[in-house]
Design a protein around this ligand. Sequence first.
Ligand SMILES: [Zn+2]
Length: 463
Amino acid sequence: MNKFYITTAIDYTNDVVHIGHAYQKILADTLARYHRLIGDKTNFLTGTDEHGQKVEKSAKEKGVPPQEFVDEIANADKKEWDSLNISYDRFIRTTDKDHVKFSQEFYLKAKAAGDIYLSKYEGLYCEGCEAYYDEPDLINGRCPFHPHKEILHLTEENYFFRLSKYQNWLEKYILDHPEFVWPEKHRNEVLGFIRAGLKDFSVSRNKDKVAWGIPVPDDPHQTVYVWFDALINYLTFGAGEKCWPATVHVLGKDNQRFHAIYWPAMLKSAGYELPKTILVHDFISLNGQKISKSLGNVIRPSELVTKFGTDGVRYFFLRYGPLTGDVDITQAKITEVYNADLANGLGNLVARIAKLAEKIAYNAGVTRSEVFPDLNVSLANFRLDQALEFLWKKIADLDADIDKAEPWKLNDPDLHDFLDRIVPDIQFLAYNLQPFLPETAAKIQKQFSGKIQSAASLFPRII
Ligand SMILES: [Zn+2]
């Protein structure tokens, strides 16, 4: 049995997730569902990143202890993912006991390898990213991802990880393993970063400055730097479930540097295998604007679900999301796609056939349980958009078939023959839709087993 272990980035708990975080979860969920469908031993991990200065600050502003603050956010995040039918096997929180223990052990392994040392740091720090930046990385003196935040100038004594030691090894590894960073444009960016020279990075913060973190196991005056602790979550679960190394880490391009550079070096240092693929997706914007709390244009996934349904949102993102390029979305665009592809497309096709079948009390046979070979190829290449394009081509072909056969004009025996031909195609289509639109696939499968009857519209038109 093949093993498939997939993760998403864990979301930072200074606020509840918004639709900017949704694409990644839907993408990972669809891959996880597909691998379960083809019989792979699948593990799917998501969760929350709960330590660090930003959380400490947000909790203080709200006047609650940090633990209470992150408990609330983590619960709210889970509800958001439930609204999108995200089928994670575990929702890991970096405040979970097993993770705290595992992070400390990992830290000591890297230290035993000679890769952690104490030094003084002076540098530019973005609180939004919880990360240090070099002057040339900034745009107009600001973080490229947080142009509204002041860059901080920090000086402190911290522990450092010897990233520089891994520069040549990492460059060679990425060149030898073209599948390590996907897609290629992001792989090239990562290679560019490495070739510009890797500097050691701090893996702890002074406890006086950041108290909300995992204590450095052999120095109680320091806490583990939030990114170092966060990356380890994949291994906490992977080691516990004996499914390490991960097959795919799914993350946004803002996290690429940490996952494609820091993380492999940390793993190599502590003596662990590397994940097979780091899948980096691009960003969505909303009505031409970046989605952010400070701009006040945040929409929660559950709000979109209320309007378009779980599978309406899943379909839009999977087919038109930022897999290999930034995408701007508007509610008008989602509505247009929903009406064309779901209400008029899939929904109408299923309703037409069910109505014809009901007319002669048609009984459906057993479903074929296979995946289209084209779909296997698209999903092996992470092209979920192409997989849906393929399935919607099938839907168009079936519609054309019906229009040509004009089955509403047929006598009962001929209509029966026609349904014998087309009903298995619908069942087969539903089987293949399962990873993408699980709720809809289940509804069609139920409707097309035994005596077929008309049912409520799968996707009522939205005006
Ligand atoms: Zn930033």
